[in-house]
Design a protein around this ligand. Structure first.
Ligand code: DCP
Ligand code: MG
Length: 440
């Protein structure tokens, strides 16, 4: 018999895996409350338009002539704190198509929350204060709280503007009280550095940690162990599993499965038969709290692409020259993006959007990674040949996937890194802004 290898059993001193999920409380709203602390405890919603110079604050004209000895006259930050409540706009009478990005907990008591139309919210809570969004400020605070975390616990996966996973396993304090001690330290340090509160869940893996961070929101900590699965996790609705969206939820409901416990009770073969082999197995594992996904600490791009919408719809034959020139330029731009970031790719794809807004994509895979404009143009040309070209086209895109990093000599590095499976999350509200970043 072979001697056991390192893979057969954990080292005697191996620590149990502890993963935290940290999510900021009412993030955008809390950042606004730092600017306007006089709004603390009041229903406030953030949404509608972007901040402009002529927003509320600029409109405030104090009735009393300013006292020149008052420090608030000189310091704009102090000035903002003195704006009386009645100067802030209310939801009452709102008309328009704006939506709420988030609401303070005081506002949530009226039933308003993320993604709700402002007109509907105005009916539920007419006295709520409405503030415009200021993405730059939220991003600044996002960077700040993440810097606090990595100073304490270096292995962190960035999951978007207000949430991260943190590996507690080997960090001092990360095992004490199941991770609660370290979670408390991080919460305290973030609060001291930014004035913001957050909620943390600590568990054996990302899946359970994500659920746990919601348990004691706001400003709470929840520690989950494997033994808590049955009492704490199984009574929850299946939607609480990150990855079960409205469609899967509805389908599970048609089979009488509403809670995670009911899902766990189903035979895995039955799940695979009804949801497909991959999804079925995943549903079973998720319900049993199993998840061995590692933390993705640096986000490698999944693909690099450029696309352009034409001034007028173009036809592949009639507008051949014009289309050809645009196609070549897109390949040159992608090549420049690849060079700047130091990547080459083995899959070159095209995307077409037709005049009727339908989209077609075609990929062409190559034996070796390519990065220069000519090679890209050739491969993309092969992909384009296989796309239907009879209808008028309004958009053309070129994309390179299956990326590998290039070394200083321009050759692929030997330890070619696979791109992460989970694309970094982009919040719907940030979509417009983040899209460019994702594309390039
Ligand atoms: N957001 C958005 N549109 C949504 C949901 C959220 O723009 N439909 C933005 C605003 C939030 C931020 O993303 O402040 C973080 O989202 P969360 O879901 O974590 O919500 P909050 O942090 O606001 O509240 P909670 O305390 O429930 O985490
Ligand atoms: Mg949050």
């Amino acid at each position: 018999m072979n001697a056991p290898t390192a893979h057969d059993q954990p080292a005697p001193d191996a620590k149990p895996r502890r993963v935290a999920h940290l999510d900021m409380d009412a993030f955008y709203a809390s950042v606004e409350l730092l600017r306007y602390p006089q709004l603390k405890g009041l229903p406030v919603v953030i949404g509608g338009s972007r901040r402009r110079d002529d927003d509320v604050m600029g409109r405030w004209r104090p009735e009393e002539p300013p006292n020149p000895d008052d420090p608030a006259v000189l310091d704009p930050a102090l000035r903002l704190r003195h704006i009386p409540l009645d100067v802030f706009p209310r939801l009452r009478g709102y008309t328009g198509r704006g939506v709420i990005t988030t609401a303070t907990y005081a506002a949530r008591q009226f039933g308003v929350g993320s993604a709700m139309g402002l007109m509907k919210a105005a009916k539920l809570c007419p006295d709520a204060i409405l503030l415009p969004v200021d993405f730059d400020e939220y991003r600044r605070f996002s960077r700040a709280f993440k810097a606090v975390i990595t100073d304490i616990a270096p292995v962190m996966e960035d999951r978007g503007v207000d949430e991260v996973y943190i590996d507690f396993t080997a960090v001092p304090g990360g095992q004490r009280e199941g991770g609660r001690v370290l979670a408390r330290l991080i919460q305290k340090s973030i609060f001291e550095a930014t004035g913001l509160t957050c909620s943390v869940g600590v568990a054996p893996n990302k899946l359970l940690a994500k659920m746990a961070s919601e348990f004691h929101k706001p400003n709470g900590i929840a520690v989950v162990h494997e033994a808590d699965l049955q009492p704490l996790i199984w009574p929850l609705p299946v939607r609480k599993i990150n990855g079960i969206g409205p469609k899967a939820d509805a389908k599970l409901a048609t089979h009488g499965i509403h809670t995670i416990g009911e899902l766990a009770a189903r035979d895995p073969t039955w799940l695979r038969d009804h949801f497909g082999p991959t999804h079925g197995s995943w549903l079973h594992d998720a319900a049993w709290g199993r998840d061995d996904r590692p933390l993705v600490t640096e986000s490698e791009p999944v693909s690099i692409s450029r696309e352009t919408t034409f001034e007028r719809d173009l036809h592949a034959v009639r507008d051949r020259a014009e289309l050809g020139a645009i196609f070549t330029r897109l390949c040159e731009q992608v090549a420049a993006d690849l060079a700047r970031k130091g990547y080459a790719g083995r899959t070159v794809g095209i995307k077409l959007r037709y005049a009727d807004f339908k989209i077609t994509t075609r990929d062409h895979s190559l034996p070796a990674p390519v990065a220069n404009a000519n090679e890209l143009r050739q491969a993309a040309g092969q992909a384009l040949k296989r796309a239907p070209l009879q209808r008028p086209i309004r958009l053309l895109g070129v994309r390179v996937g299956n990326l590998c990093k290039l070394g200083a000599n321009g050759q692929p590095l030997p330890d070619v890194t696979q791109p992460p499976k989970n694309k970094p999350k982009v919040h719907p509200a940030l979509d417009g802004i983040a899209q460019t970043a994702l594309l390039f």
